[in-house]
Design a protein around this ligand. Structure first.
Ligand SMILES: C[S@@+](CC[C@H](N)C(=O)[O-])C[C@H]1O[C@@H](n2cnc3c(N)ncnc32)[C@H](O)[C@@H]1O
Length: 469
């Protein structure tokens, strides 16, 4: 809609303010219109885990928030990133790291969530240390199924939110399996444990669904007595674990790194802490996808896996706070205590009038009780403040002319659209990046079916930002 601000007589005062705001948002977005582009090769499947499903090594753990190896390969090839090192500060399951390494690049990844770290370490173990005799040992496990006959006295560690996640028989089998695997050499026990992590969802009463971990009524969790969710078939432990171990053994030879493969390093921890410790101008590209500003809580979705990895309730709370602010529970972080130079990126977000208007509008909705959660304004503010500091560090760490590729989604709360793509691109520009392109994926969708009904079907963009230093 084009608004002619020279005709104020048409508006009441409130309407005029709204119209000015619309004009401001249009103006802000229009600034980037010529940067928006489509790429016929890139579709939603490629930007999601979907395209990894049949790929050796990538198909083992279904990390739903992953992008595909084909996407990373395509863009690194297209922009001729063919030597040196890349960084992924939100490494997740390590898709960008393993893909870059296969292309001959060294790759550093930072990941906070222990399940992401474990997926990366497990694959590194299989690629670099797992031997043919280790493989033969795993084949013996597949053939003999020792967990079926063992009588054990071992208790699965649980979190408050993971109690009663498995049928009784399955829980007993997991416990025997865990006890028995401890008797194996580390290279074998790591693979056995990893296989178990890969199947937890399918053998449990839970499903990673949308923003939450959904619970099947059969778990008798009594979360909401009205919930009637039934996930359908719950796989049996033996069947699932044998299938997963077989898949790993099948892929093992196929994913052995070739001679020219690059070196992978994993930094376990928060990127806000790790990035400032890395030497400037270290990287030839950054390829990443942060959590979206969409209230998605990784620590809840991955609770079963975290419990199995020995995380306790206190550690879970700490992890939740350390994650990039993208849930309503995140308190604001003392960013200047981490690095005093971040005064600059924080000032840049404060001076972004468009973002400030969005925050003001969200706060107004909060005051008039029209937001479905009062933590949303704080979350959105935290998201952009933290992302600004991370972008500032990424700029420092890239070599001149090197590119940053970022996959991210726009979001909407109570009718207020937040064009994360143009806000972050604007912040990146102020930091010093040149915004080369914002590749838009076709067929956007709303935040949730509820919001779609209420606020229409205007699309929420999913994009890949391409910025150059
Ligand atoms: C969208 S996922 C990345 C997925 C990845 N591209 C892949 O293909 O697997 C975002 C990741 O950022 C991680 N993360 C969130 N906050 C973090 C932080 N402060 N430091 C490091 N990693 C963080 C999450 O744990 C999650 O694994």
């Amino acid at each position: 809609m084009v608004i002619n601000l020279n005709q104020p007589m048409l508006f009441q005062k409130e309407e005029l303010l709204e119209a000015k705001k619309d004009a401001c948002s249009n103006y802000f977005e229009n600034q980037y219109e010529h940067k928006f582009a489509f790429d016929p090769f890139i579709n939603r499947q490629l930007v999601s885990f979907q395209a990894n499903k049949g790929k050796p090594g990538y198909r083992w753990y279904k990390f739903k928030e992953a992008f595909s190896t084909s996407l990373v390969e395509y863009l690194l090839n297209k922009y001729q990133v063919n030597k040196g090192s890349i960084l992924d500060p939100f490494a997740g399951s390590g898709t960008s790291l393993f893909t870059a390494s296969n292309l001959g690049l060294n790759a550093d990844g930072i990941e906070l969530l222990p399940i992401g770290q474990e997926i990366i370490k497990s694959r590194l173990n299989i690629e670099n240390h797992f031997t043919n005799s280790d493989r033969d040992r795993v084949v013996e496990w597949i053939q003999n199924r020792p967990w079926e006959s063992a009588k054990v006295d071992f208790h699965l560690t649980e979190l408050k939110i993971t109690i009663s996640a498995y049928p009784e028989q399955t829980k007993r089998e997991i416990e025997s399996y865990l006890l028995l695997l401890q008797r194996e050499v580390p290279t074998v026990s790591m693979v056995l444990k990893f296989a178990l992590l890969c199947i937890l969802e399918e053998i449990s009463y839970t499903r990673k669904d949308g923003q939450y971990l959904r619970w099947d009524v059969r778990a008798q969790k009594n979360l909401r007595s009205s919930s009637t969710f039934n996930k359908g078939k719950i796989n049996e432990f033996s069947e699932s674990i044998v299938h997963k171990l077989t898949e790993i053994i099948e892929d093992y030879e196929l994913i052995k790194p070739h001679e020219g493969a690059g070196l992978i390093r994993l930094f376990s921890g928060s990127n806000l802490e790790v990035l400032p410790t890395i030497v400037e101008s270290s990287y030839d590209a950054i390829f990443t996808s942060p959590p979206y500003c969409n209230r998605y809580d990784y620590t809840r979705t991955y609770a079963l896996e975290l419990a199995l990895l020995g995380i306790n309730d206190e550690q879970l709370k700490t992890l939740r706070q350390q994650m990039l602010s993208s849930t309503v529970e995140n308190r604001s972080k003392e960013l200047l205590d981490i690095k005093s130079e971040w005064v600059l990126p924080l000032q840049i977000t404060r001076e972004n009038m468009f973002l400030q208007e969005i925050l003001e509008d969200l706060n107004k909705l909060k005051m008039s009780r029209q937001l479905n959660n009062v933590g949303i304004p704080r979350m959105v503010k935290g998201y952009f403040d933290e992302m600004s500091c991370i972008i500032f560090e990424c700029y420092r760490l890239l070599k001149n002319n090197a590119r940053l590729f970022m996959v991210n989604d726009n979001v909407r709360y109570s009718g207020i659209s937040i064009p994360v793509d143009v806000i972050l691109s604007n912040i990146a520009e102020k930091i010093g990046f040149y915004v080369e392109k914002i590749v838009v994926l076709k067929n956007g969708k709303g935040n949730s079916s509820q919001q779609m009904g209420k606020h229409g079907r205007d699309e929420l963009r999913k994009c890949i930002y391409i910025w150059r230093k």
